[in-house]
Each structure stands twice: as structure tokens, then as C-alpha cells.
Design a protein around this ligand. Structure first.
Ligand code: CP3
Length: 342
């Protein structure tokens, strides 16, 4: 009897009767149960309390029977260890962003510690989910240094995050120092999650797609590669997600990530033709599809599953985080459709 989590088997490219399924940002405001907890605690209170963070991480497991739990936290939390003041309203706000290279001198170089709640939650999830006939995987995560820098650096007069590539070109040395520091912090953060029992960890490079390939090779890939070299082992693979990554698939693969998580704009057949056979693929349903009428939704999910699941090493997921107003019934139907697929 094989009682390892389905997601772990998929990451090892074992042939499976159906793909495992989980959703990025699967615990959150689209759930009535989460909103009830949020009416009593702020987002940061939830993240800082191991009992509540555990409870919230379990909500999508209890309600939708996902094949993996992702620890409830945020990519920006480790920045607090650098002396950065973060708030969520609910979008992230940084009280002391970097506006000029000298501001980096205010960053504290500290050992990872204040966040020990995250590995603690992972251990508890692992205790709950690793036993029984059909164990579930436990996932840790972190932001890519480039994406963390996008939140840390003031965007100046630019809309969106365009001010960050501008800062990077104007101050390449300072940018490198910052990305190095974020890389060191992230390695410690992910290593603690893996020590806590994470079956795999995902790196979110949400803003990596802003960069063309050449800039990605300077500002994001080397740091992600360093993190992966430091933390990925045979038993704890790394999943790499970059939003807007159609022009970066082969470059992402050079990081050594075991699994590439595709956004919704890349055609499955194109991705499979471009990626190596040994790369595990995750994705890539458009989160907006969950608002479509049932028949269209079902067709989109079937089309995704037919395209990807012919080969071993596939994890069903969305192409980006689930949207706030997503109907819970559509989530349940999606999960059930994947589970009944053969
Ligand atoms: O997947 C999960 O269920 C685990 C929880 C999780 C959160 N954030 C909780 C959260 C994960 C994996 C993240 C990752 C994250 N955080 C990313 C990368 C993924 C992505 O969506 O691209 C990014 C860019 C962030 C930064 C961040 N945190 C933003 C942009 C926001 C505001 C946008 C939003 O969704 O509201 C947050 C706040 C945040 N992180 C919330 C949650 C549940 C909402 C806060 C609340 O409930 O008030």
C-alpha cells in the first residue's frame, strides 16, 4: 500500500490515477468560515498565533478536501525580521519603504526567529495530515527576493511596480545588496519550514513577469537559484511560480526547481512542448473561470486536465491565487471534478 500524499507522488513523477489538486491562496476571504475568523482577529493576529493560523490553514482541507494544506502566512512576514513595518489593509502597506540606496542601511541583518510560528504551524499540520489511509501534503512558501523587493522599494511616480525595475537600473549595486539580503533571509525562512516538516515549498515570484528575460537573469533568477540550491532536496522539492511567465518558462527551469507553476495565459500544450520531460508542471486554470456558468467551467477544467494529465508529474491548480468573490460552490465542484477525473 502506498500511503504517501498524492502531491508528493506527483512531485516524484509517479503515475497516478488522477492528479492531486490544491489552490493558490486557498485559505482566505472567499470562505465564509475565514471571514468569521477575520471578524474577530486581524490578518496579522491570525498569522502570529499558531493556533489560529493552524485552524485557518485547515479550513480548505475540512471544507473542500484539498490534497494539500499550505501554511497560512504571507510572503511579506519575514521582512519584519529586517526591521520593516508591515500592515495589511488588506493590501500590504510598508511604513518605511526604501526610497534611496542609503535607506538599505536601516535594514537589520538578523537571524530568522520571530517567525518561528510558521514552522510550528507546519509541524502541527503535518501531525494531523500525515497519518491515515490518504495522507495530505503540507506546503510551505516564501516570496522570491525580486517580488519582496517590489514591495520594499517605493515606486516613486510610477504606477504599479514599474518603479522597481527603474530603481534596479539606477542603483544596480544597492539592488544587488538588497536581493542578497533577501536571499539569505529566505533561505533561513524556508529551511525552518522544511525542518518543521513541509513536504514541498513554493516560491512565489508574483512580479517576476515584469522583467524581460535578460533582466530576469540579473534580478531574479540568480537569487531563486541560490535559494533552491540551498533548500531543495530529494524529499523536499521546490515549486516555482512566476506570474506572467510565458516568456520565461525555460529560464525558470534553469533555477533547478522540481516543479514549474504556470499562470493561466500559457497554453498547456505549448508549456509541455517547451519544458523538459522531468519538470513537474502545476496549474493553470484562470481564476476567473470559477465565475463562469457551470457547463463552461466544467469544460475549461476538463480541457486543462486532458492537456496535462496524460503525463506523470502534474498538479492541478489555478494559474494565480483564488479571487476574493469566488463562489465556494465553484471551488467544491472544481475539486470534485479533478477527483473524479480518470
Ligand atoms: O495560499 C494560502 O492559503 C496561504 C496564504 C497566503 C496569503 N498570502 C494570505 C493572505 C499566501 C500563499 C500568500 C502569498 C502572497 N502574499 C503573495 C504571492 C501570491 C500571489 O497572490 O501572487 C503576495 C504577492 C502576497 C502579498 C499580499 N498579501 C497581497 C498583495 C495582499 C493583499 C491582496 C489580497 O489578497 O487581499 C496580502 C494580504 C493577504 N495575504 C490576505 C491573505 C488571506 C488578505 C488579508 C485579509 O484577510 O485581510
Amino acid at each position: 500500500m502506498n500511503n504517501r500524499p498524492l502531491l508528493v507522488q506527483a512531485l516524484n513523477r509517479e503515475p497516478l490515477a488522477r492528479p492531486p489538486v490544491w489552490l493558490m491562496r486557498q485559505a482566505g476571504r472567499y470562505q465564509a468560515s475565514y471571514r468569521a475568523i477575520k471578524s474577530r482577529h486581524s490578518f496579522l493576529e491570525i498569522c502570529r498565533d499558531a493556533d489560529i493560523a493552524y485552524e485557518v490553514s485547515m479550513l480548505p482541507i475540512n471544507e473542500f478536501d484539498m490534497d494539500a494544506a499550505i501554511v497560512f502566512a504571507d510572503i511579506l512576514l519575514p521582512l519584519e525580521g529586517l526591521g520593516v513595518t508591515i500592515d495589511f489593509a488588506p493590501g500590504p502597506h510598508i511604513a518605511n519603504p526604501i526610497q534611496k540606496p542609503e535607506d538599505m542601511e536601516n535594514l537589520v541583518v538578523s537571524e530568522y526567529d520571530a517567525y518561528s510560528v510558521v514552522p510550528k504551524v507546519i509541524s502541527r499540520l503535518k501531525d494531523t495530515l500525515s497519518c491515515g489511509e490518504s495522507p495530505k501534503a503540507v506546503l510551505g512558501f516564501a516570496g522570491a527576493p525580486w517580488t519582496l523587493a517590489c514591495y520594499l522599494i517605493d515606486h516613486g511616480p510610477y504606477k504599479g511596480f514599474q518603479g522597481v525595475p527603474v530603481f534596479a537600473e539606477k542603483h544596480p549595486q544597492a539592488m544587488q545588496t538588497l536581493l542578497d539580503q533577501l536571499t539569505t533571509t529566505t533561505i533561513g525562512y524556508l529551511a525552518a519550514q522544511i525542518a518543521g516538516g513541509a513536504d514541498a515549498v513554493q516560491i512565489f515570484d508574483t512580479w517576476g513577469g515584469l522583467l524581460d528575460e535578460e533582466s530576469y537573469r540579473r534580478f531574479s533568477l540568480p537569487y531563486i537559484t541560490r535559494i533552491i540550491n540551498a533548500v531543495q532536496t530529494a524529499n523536499t522539492p521546490v515549486i516555482l511560480y512566476v506570474n506572467g511567465s510565458n516568456h520565461l518558462l525555460e529560464t525558470m527551469e534553469e533555477s533547478g526547481a522540481r516543479c514549474i507553476s504556470l499562470d493561466w495565459r500559457t497554453e498547456p500544450s505549448e508549456a509541455l512542448a517547451r519544458l523538459k520531460a522531468e519538470t513537474v508542471v502545476q496549474g493553470n486554470l484562470d481564476p476567473v473561470s470559477l465565475f463562469a456558468p457551470p457547463a463552461l467551467r466544467e469544460q475549461k477544467v476538463r480541457s486543462m486536465l486532458e492537456s496535462f494529465s496524460a503525463r506523470p508529474g502534474y498538479i492541478a491548480n489555478l494559474g494565480h491565487g483564488i479571487l476574493q468573490e469566488t463562489p465556494e460552490s465553484a471551488v467544491l465542484e472544481l475539486i470534485n471534478q479533478v477527483k473524479n477525473y480518470s
